[in-house]
Design a protein around this ligand. Structure first.
Ligand SMILES: [Zn+2]
Length: 214
């Protein structure tokens, strides 16, 4: 019996830009992990961003795993010398954009005051098409701010002018430069503060007395 299982492996296949990646291992977990890593590496290469070790770890990065899994077919337990049959694995034809890859893997490292403009666009390059609107996007809430102390995300539901809402920067106490914005979510406010080059998070209750917020 052992002899038979020694000849069998878990095989799993992905397809990116018509390139086929095949991984096989003694367990479905091992083959899946190694294929996910290969897919992520391939995606990072095509988007010109650095591959990050441990990119998949933790609940915070579920969206990364989900994104990578879109490229991956069904794992099958096969004889080691069986021919690779892509149809049998139901390998999807996933279409993606460089923008999606950059945002999936780099959104929070890109989120600095320098990269966010007065209209709420997050820029990842100098080109006019190398940006995305943050209104309607979900932001991961920093752990020290969240009520559950777990992972939370909230959608940006409004963008306000910081100069009109707050008298001075809560951090450096200077006046906000023209064009500073506030990203408003249901329970939080995020200010990409150009004055002191910091991303300032506030809880909504901190600002309840101010009616200009929403
Ligand atoms: Zn400041």
């Amino acid at each position: 019996m052992t002899k038979i299982s020694e000849n069998k492996v878990w095989r799993i296949i992905a397809r990116i830009d018509d390139e086929i990646i095949v991984k096989q291992a003694s367990s479905v977990e091992k083959s899946t992990r190694s294929l996910r890593n290969a897919v992520c590496q391939r995606l990072c290469d095509s988007a010109g961003i650095e591959y990050e070790l441990g990119w998949w770890k933790g609940r915070r990065h579920k969206s990364r795993r989900d994104f990578v899994d879109n490229f991956i077919g069904t794992p099958l337990y096969v004889q080691i010398d069986d021919e690779v049959d892509i149809d049998l694995h139901e390998v999807p034809y996933e279409v993606y954009s460089i923008e999606q890859v950059r945002l999936t893997f780099r959104k929070m490292t890109l989120m600095t005051p320098d990269n966010i403009d007065a209209w709420g666009y997050l820029h990842w390059g100098p080109g006019d098409d190398e940006k995305m609107q943050l209104l309607g996007e979900k932001l991961p809430i920093p752990q020290h701010m969240s009520h559950s102390r777990g992972f939370e995300e909230e959608e940006v539901i409004a963008i306000s002018d910081a100069q009109q809402c707050i008298d001075e920067c809560p951090k450096c106490k200077s006046e906000f430069p023209f064009g500073t914005i506030i990203l408003v979510t249901e329970n939080f406010r995020l200010i990409p503060a150009i004055c002191c080059d910091s991303m300032i998070w506030l809880k909504e209750e901190d600002s309840e007395e101010n009616e200009d917020w929403t």
